[in-house]
Write a protein that binds this ligand. Structure first.
Ligand SMILES: Cc1cc2nc3c(=O)[nH]c(=O)nc-3n(C[C@H](O)[C@H](O)[C@H](O)COP(=O)(O)OP(=O)(O)OC[C@H]3O[C@@H](n4cnc5c(N)ncnc54)[C@H](O)[C@@H]3O)c2cc1C
Length: 385
């Protein structure tokens, strides 16, 4: 692992071993094929069962529910390694763990936990998280999806867009307003009549990840499908905090991938009789990348420790997601530039990471929205609403 400041000294032997095992597994079973998956616009579904076997899904949730029970730094290292290969792989794990398993764990009944968590952890079932709607994602307060009571059941109607894993999911966590206008979460099996998932075509980013539109037309679910502990927008927002935490780590992995590739290329590419790595302009780019990687890794590690101590604030997660993803995006663009013409092909990783990171910079709260969240926190004045 790229480690300019000996940050690995901060890890336990178990965390270091996990990071190395993850890297070996992904270097053997994902990295050599990721270009083809991305080019074909295909998510490698065969890896879901492997992720389950290796305990990567919902890995920081308790063993009681069939999960690995990892501490949050170890969980973060898993996210970092996944995204070093491709943001689409990390997105799959983030959605399954932080956006589907976490709400079931945090807000579900024991019956819901028993039914879903072990299967989701083993990769025998896939989940998706439906919050964003066609009218906009930054302000989920405008949610138009409705949940109406009908006898003992609920009827769900609405459209969710940009939903990761939507077309391959067995269960969708759907957020909807009830008759009183309260936001509630529902576990909706995707084979219910009235539920349709359509893959969104022509994506030029996160191509090795499935993104879908979900249409719910009076989908009937029993009262037991509602997450009993989730009341109000705070519930889905708390899930986003979990997922953003993983993204802050993941971005560090993407940054390492593009930096390493650019450095190797710069050392061997000779122009005007010298390797381009000897040029000040190229070194400036590499120094910026390694500085950003160092800061991002230390920030993610500190965030993990705060999370383990139960002291994490969502505004800190906003700052880390915002900064680490933007740094990785900047690095991917610089790496692409160092690679010259070669950088525009998928033969190298830089442009794939760069295009992926455009989505990562936008989803789970855009860069600007996180700027405004941090701005509100430090000034006490909101520029959001
Ligand atoms: C590949 C992909 C996968 C996704 N997966 C999921 C998923 O699994 N589940 C899910 O629910 N959603 C998902 N999303 C949706 C994602 O979270 C939203 O795209 C994101 O929240 C932004 O919403 P929007 O695209 O509607 O942009 P908008 O909210 O319409 O914003 C448009 C622009 O306006 C800016 N803006 C908005 N409000 C303000 C303001 N007050 N001040 C200044 N600027 C502002 C934004 O920063 C942005 O630049 C995914 C998106 C992508 C691209």
């Amino acid at each position: 692992m790229l480690d300019y400041f000996d940050a690995l000294d901060l890890l336990s032997p178990e965390q270091r071993q996990l990071q190395q095992e993850m890297r070996r597994f992904l270097d053997a079973e994902a990295l050599p094929y990721v270009r083809e998956w991305w080019e074909r616009g295909e998510f490698p579904r065969h890896l879901i069962a492997r992720f389950g076997e290796l305990g990567l899904l919902g890995a920081n949730l308790p063993e009681q529910w069939g999960c690995a029970g990892l501490d949050n730094v170890a969980y973060g290292l898993v996210m970092c390694e996944l995204e070093r290969v491709d943001s689409g792989l990390r997105s799959f794990a983030s959605v399954q763990g932080a956006l589907v398993m976490y709400p079931i764990y945090a807000y579900g009944s024991d019956e819901q936990r028993r039914e879903w968590l072990p299967r989701l952890a083993r990769g025998e079932a896939v989940g998706c998280f439906g919050l964003t709607e066609p009218e906009g994602g930054s302000d989920p307060g405008t949610m138009a999806t409705r949940a109406r009571r009908d006898g003992g059941d609920w009827l769900l109607t609405g459209v969710k867009r940009w939903i990761t894993n939507g077309s391959i999911a067995d269960v969708a966590v759907i957020w909807a307003r009830d008759d009183e206008g309260v936001v509630r979460g529902f576990l909706v099996p995707t084979d219910r009549p009235g539920f349709t998932a359509r893959e969104i075509p022509h994506k030029m980013s996160l191509r090795a990840s499935i993104t879908s539109e979900l249409i719910l037309d009076d989908v009937r679910v029993p009262a037991s499908a509602m997450l009993p502990g989730a009341e109000g927008l705070r519930a889905p927002l708390s899930c986003l905090t979990q997922a953003r935490y993983g993204i802050a780590w993941g971005a560090v992995g993407a940054l390492e991938a593009v930096y390493t590739e650019a450095l190797e290329f710069a050392r061997s590419r000779v122009t005007f009789g010298q390797p381009i790595a000897s040029r000040q302009l190229v070194q400036a780019k590499l120094a910026e990348m390694v500085a950003d990687h160092t800061k991002g890794l230390l920030l993610a590690w500190r965030l993990g420790r705060l999370k383990d101590e139960g002291r994490l604030r969502y505004t800190q997660v906003s700052l880390a997601k915002r900064d680490n993803v933007r740094a990785a995006l900047r690095a991917a663009r610089m790496a692409r530039e160092i690679l010259g013409a070669s950088g525009v092909t998928l033969e190298y990783h830089a442009i794939r990471h760069m295009l992926n990171l455009e989505s990562v910079d936008t989803y789970e709260g855009t860069y600007d929205i996180h700027t405004l969240i941090v701005g509100r926190d430090v000034t006490g004045l909101s520029a959001l609403e």
